[in-house]
Design a protein around this ligand. Structure first.
Ligand code: PRP
Length: 211
């Protein structure tokens, strides 16, 4: 039995589509159910940021989660495969009318990705005060809680509708297949066999996009 943690929403649906493609049948969470068991697989329906936690602690052998979340958590897991879906960018956002003088000593940055933000500005030798928020990050500059945000942009709609623009791109992200270290050795055959199958579907989808 392999247990696989999936983040609620679109990435979970796309991952289950891949499983449907590989194994046939229908892989789908029933409305509010948090566990789905089909044959040798058990899927967990968890919050995006919680996927690496389930995997690191071994409550799940595998997980599918954005590189942005992996980078934020700095966890001890094995990164197996870029699944080339759930693409987004982590950016620095500011108000449309703003230009920021990054040499200012008192810049405030609001984000739910505290580590990614701190590492990015530290590596640029820019001193900022990071303010942790849990959601609706785009609001912060509009009410002067912060001068800038570090947040995810997928379609760009949220920033656009709130009068914000991208000042800098920190990283490109997409969903990755990750594994618990012990599981990877204890269940190596099952994990690698599944990895091969998922990789084949991921690559065939890439070819369709390229055509
Ligand atoms: C994310 C992110 C942005 C939005 C970007 O928030 O923090 O707010 O999606 O998407 P867009 O570029 O397509 O508009 P999420 O929906 O995860 O909600 P949250 O603010 O509660 O984290």
């Amino acid at each position: 039995m392999l247990t696989i943690a999936l983040p609620k929403g679109r990435i979970a649906e796309e991952t289950l589509e891949i499983f449907t493609e590989i194994f046939g049948g229908e892989f789908k969470f029933e409305s509010r159910k948090l566990i789905l068991e089909i044959g040798e697989f058990r899927f967990l329906n968890v919050r995006n940021q919680d996927v690496p936690t389930y995997v690191e602690h071994g409550a799940a052998d595998l997980g599918v989660v954005g590189l942005d979340v992996i980078s934020e958590k700095e966890l001890d897991i094995i990164n197996l495969l870029d699944m080339n879906m759930g693409k987004c960018k982590v950016v620095v956002g500011i108000k449309n009318e703003d230009e920021i003088d990054w040499s200012r000593p008192d810049i405030k940055v609001a984000t739910k990705m505290v580590n990614v933000a701190k590492n990015y500005f530290a590596q640029k030798a820019v001193g900022v005060k990071v303010i942790k928020l849990y959601g609706s990050i785009e609001l912060a500059p509009l009410v002067d809680l912060a001068d800038a945000i570090v947040d995810i942009v997928e379609t760009g709609t949220t920033m656009r509708e709130n009068g914000l623009k991208v000042a800098e791109v920190i990283m490109e992200s997409s969903a990755h297949l990750i594994a618990n270290k012990n599981s990877y050795y204890a269940k190596k055959e099952a994990i690698l066999s599944l990895y091969e199958k998922i990789n084949a579907v991921v690559q065939s989808r890439l070819e369709v996009i390229d055509d």
